[in-house]
Design a protein around this ligand. Structure first.
Ligand SMILES: NC(=O)c1ccc[n+]([C@@H]2O[C@H](COP(=O)([O-])OP(=O)(O)OC[C@H]3O[C@@H](n4cnc5c(N)ncnc54)[C@H](OP(=O)(O)O)[C@@H]3O)[C@@H](O)[C@H]2O)c1
Length: 293
């Protein structure tokens, strides 16, 4: 199968290229001029905001499937740079949809638990959405564009992604590890809850969705429903770092630009039942990441 992956240098995109290139022909796209994939994928520069370029690349590659991992993921930045956030997260999706031939070409798109307000998570697929920040709004707008497009689709919502990336991008695990290795104190919120998700597990779930030709809306997340503070403690534990350097703080004290859902996160009963896929605990995945890093 011929697959085009957007946002291929991001945390999830990179993992998808690694996992899926073992089985499929991959064209990996992102914003930068070039990227080395050791022959596992062909790289093409692609800004999904540029409608003409999107159309040309889709016409040239003739993918049977597009996996959209490209996004503007800066939640606070989305409050300030609203136009940019919408143009990438929703406008980019609209461009992909309008470039896709109305044949069997399918779109797999990644969304977020931030489409919910965080008053009563973890959330199931059929619970009502109500984003409380602009990032969540752009992601919900994209979901709606996809659902009414007429193009075959699967949307997978996930939350608090972590994983090994070779391209040096922001990563919560890497940030915690590097700070604690330098014996710096860090303050982590203890009132935002979710189920952190290993990007490798999500890439495996995407592969299962492809293989089983599954369609529709799915939630995929990690096994442990915990606060960010507890997540940081688990990271310190696995990497043998001093947990006493991790201080509790609150969302209110952080004064972030974008409001955050408190009780966010996702329940995954639907994907578990329909696709029989592995789910990972934080300790298991961090240990495997540590072995791989
Ligand atoms: N990270 C999380 O905790 C999380 C949680 C829930 C859902 N998600 C969703 O999961 C998906 C993957 O997230 P991620 O963590 O892998 O994000 P990421 O690491 O930020 O990767 C996104 C990639 O998209 C690229 N990109 C940005 N604008 C683009 C454009 N106009 N055209 C093409 N590529 C563009 C980025 O390049 P630059 O870095 O150069 O801008 C980056 O390489 C996203 O849809 C995100 O909304 C993420």
């Amino acid at each position: 199968m011929n697959i085009l992956i957007t946002g291929a240098n991001g945390m999830l995109g990179e993992e998808c290229v690694k996992v899926l290139s073992k089985v499929y022909t991959i064209t990996a796209c992102d914003l930068q001029d070039s990227h080395e994939y050791d022959g596992s994928a062909v790289y093409q520069k692609l800004d999904i905001v540029d409608q003409e370029i999107v159309k040309n690349i889709v016409e040239n590659v003739q993918p049977e499937l597009i996996i959209n991992c490209a996004a503007y993921t800066d939640v606070d930045g989305s409050e300030i740079n609203r136009k940019t956030a919408w143009n990438i997260n929703a406008g980019g999706v609209r461009n992909l949809l309008s470039a896709m031939p109305r044949t069997d070409c399918k779109l797999i798109h990644i969304s977020t638990d931030y489409v919910f307000d965080g008053s009563s998570g973890p959330y199931a697929e059929d619970q009502p959405t109500k984003p409380i920040n602009y990032y969540g709004q752009t992601k919900l707008d994209a979901e709606k564009l996809i659902q009414k497009s007429g193009i075959p689709w699967a949307i997978i919502r996930t939350n608090v992604l972590y994983g090994n990336t070779t391209v040096q991008k922001a990563s919560f695990v890497r940030w915690v590890v590097e700070k604690l290795q330098r014996f710096e104190t860090i303050s982590i919120v203890n009132d935002q809850f979710g189920n952190p998700t290993w990007s490798f597990g999500l890439a495996e779930a995407i592969q299962k969705i492809i293989d089983k030709k599954a369609a529709g809306l799915y939630h995929y997340a990690g096994k442990d429903y915990i606060s960010r503070f507890e997540f940081a403690l688990k990271i310190a534990g696995v990497y043998d770092l001093d947990p006493m350097l991790i201080r509790k703080t609150t969302t209110r004290a952080l004064k972030q630009k974008a409001p955050r859902p408190y009780k966010a996160g996702l329940t995954c009963e639907k994907i578990k039942k329909e696709l029989n896929i592995p789910f990972y605990s934080i300790i298991e995945s961090l240990n495997r990441m540590k072995g791989n890093s």
